[in-house]
Design a protein around this ligand. Structure first.
Ligand code: C2E
Ligand code: CA
Ligand code: CA
Length: 410
């Protein structure tokens, strides 16, 4: 079993390498440990401070602005909470990660404080810090969703998105799905990335909801679906037995000929619909329920797999399960990541598994980040796993090489 993240794409490792980080903790041992971990991730510029005063001095005297502070809460001298206030006073624009051994309620309070200060909060890490959790928090910083000074995601304008679509700048990344029973790579989820000529690689949070709102989501979904089918066709002809999942927005379910369009595109790439899973989440209300239901049902009749995404988040709920012919249930990552230590998450995970299995669905856990997550999922009888613990989303041309390495290491 791999002990940590097995894939960081070259793009991300470049960004990690150039990150300027400050570690603040009164415990030298913790500092050593964190510094080792950062250096394993390829981060080269790490400075350290033993309390808030020293940290502020480091920030004020840095030649180039620091981009990330990882800060303990309890320290003699100036503690973490006071330090955060001073950071906010300085309009610190970098990311802030809290590391703490304190109990959850204290952390929740501090987190709301960080938000109130309008600092760019990336998350809280429980001590001892785990590499996967650290990397996840870092993703917000290095995954280049354009952000304003407060770290809030800056959405792209519909005009920009239109231009990007017309210029063919949407790329497909793939994140492996692995079957727990035998660790076989059964497929991958296709995730869109926008290769912007000036802004670099843009994450979907910055443009999917805008595309939905401004009527651009049909074009976006088609662009992604075409690329996904092209790759899947090639991989299948190379002898790889894979299913590819593509995200479909509820706003795409507006034209009755959608099942034919998808089937045609798949066919042009030599892909059978039963190799394709369409993931849906009710992120917005279905505007015309009768039409949506008809389309979903006919997609299933054509042979497409149907996955209910983000299950448990309130958008995708029990009701849908009974109404619609879904073949797969994807438990949202909030109930997966860290579930071994969170009794509420674990309970939701367990009941989702029971229910899904009772309805004959395959259960996929998304957002599995650690060995602990994996072990719990295996014990609970989850079918498939997707998450940073297995691999991060990667460009299409890295996928088969990754798969080969994964299979060789099993
Ligand atoms: P999603 O469908 O829930 O996709 C999973 C998201 O979780 C991906 O984010 C993935 O990178 C991230 N993820 C995977 N493993 C882990 C993990 O172990 N820990 C954590 N913290 N996160 C993990 P991504 O690629 O940024 O996509 C965000 C959302 O954007 C997707 O959420 C999906 O709703 C939407 N999206 C992405 N591509 C498309 C697309 O082609 N069409 C549409 N309509 N939506 C898309
Ligand atoms: Ca999805
Ligand atoms: Ca999801």
């Amino acid at each position: 079993m791999k002990k940590s993240i097995s894939n960081i794409s070259p793009l991300l490792s470049d960004k990690l390498e150039s990150l300027r980080v400050l570690l603040v903790d009164d415990d030298e041992f913790v500092l050593d440990f964190a510094e080792d971990m950062l250096s394993e991730l390829g981060i080269k510029t790490v400075s350290r401070a033993l309390d808030g005063h020293a940290a502020l001095t480091a920030i004020d005297s840095a030649l180039r602005p620091l981009q990330l502070v990882i800060c303990d809460l309890t320290m003699p001298g100036m503690d973490g909470i006071e330090f955060l206030r001073h950071l906010a006073d300085r309009n610190f624009e970098g990311g802030v990660i809290l590391s703490s051994g304190s109990d959850k309620r204290v952390i929740k309070t501090v987190e709301s404080l960080v938000h109130a200060h309008k600092l760019r909060f990336l998350g809280t890490l429980q001590k001892p810090i785990e590499e996967a959790a650290l990397l996840t928090a870092l993703m917000d910083l290095i995954g280049s969703a354009p952000t304003d000074g407060y770290g809030l995601i800056q959405k792209l304008t519909p005009e920009e998105i239109r231009t990007g679509l017309d210029a063919g700048q949407m790329e497909t990344f793939f994140q492996p799905k692995v079957r727990m029973a035998d660790r076989r790579v059964v497929g991958a989820e296709c995730l869109v990335r926008w290769r912007h000529p000036e802004r670099g690689l843009i994450q979907p949070v910055a443009f999917i909801s805008v595309a939905e709102e401004y009527g651009l989501i049909d074009d976006l979904t088609m662009a992604v679906f075409r690329k996904a089918m092209t790759h899947l066709g090639i991989w299948t002809r190379q002898g790889h037995d894979l299913k590819i999942s593509v995200n479909v927005s509820m706003d795409n379910l507006n034209r009755l000929d959608l099942p034919e369009i998808f089937a045609d595109i798949a066919g042009q790439s030599g892909v059978k619909p039963d190799r394709v899973i369409l993931e849906m989440t009710e992120s917005r209300l279905m505007s015309d329920i009768a039409t949506s239901l008809e389309i979903i049902t006919r997609l299933r009749l054509k042979g497409f797999g149907l996955s209910i995404d983000d299950f448990g988040t309130g958008y995708s709920s029990m009701e849908k399960l009974k109404q619609l012919p879904f073949t797969e249930l994807k438990v949202d990552r909030t109930f997966v990541c860290g579930a071994a230590r969170d009794s509420v998450a674990r309970a939701i995970l367990e009941s989702s598994l029971k229910m899904g299995h009772a309805l004959g669905m395959s259960i996929v856990a998304e957002g599995s980040e650690t060995q602990e997550d994996w072990d719990l999922l295996a014990a609970l009888g989850c079918d498939e796993v997707q998450g940073y613990f297995v691999a991060m989303p990667m460009p299409a041309d890295e996928f088969i090489a990754w798969k080969t390495r994964w299979e060789a290491s099993n």
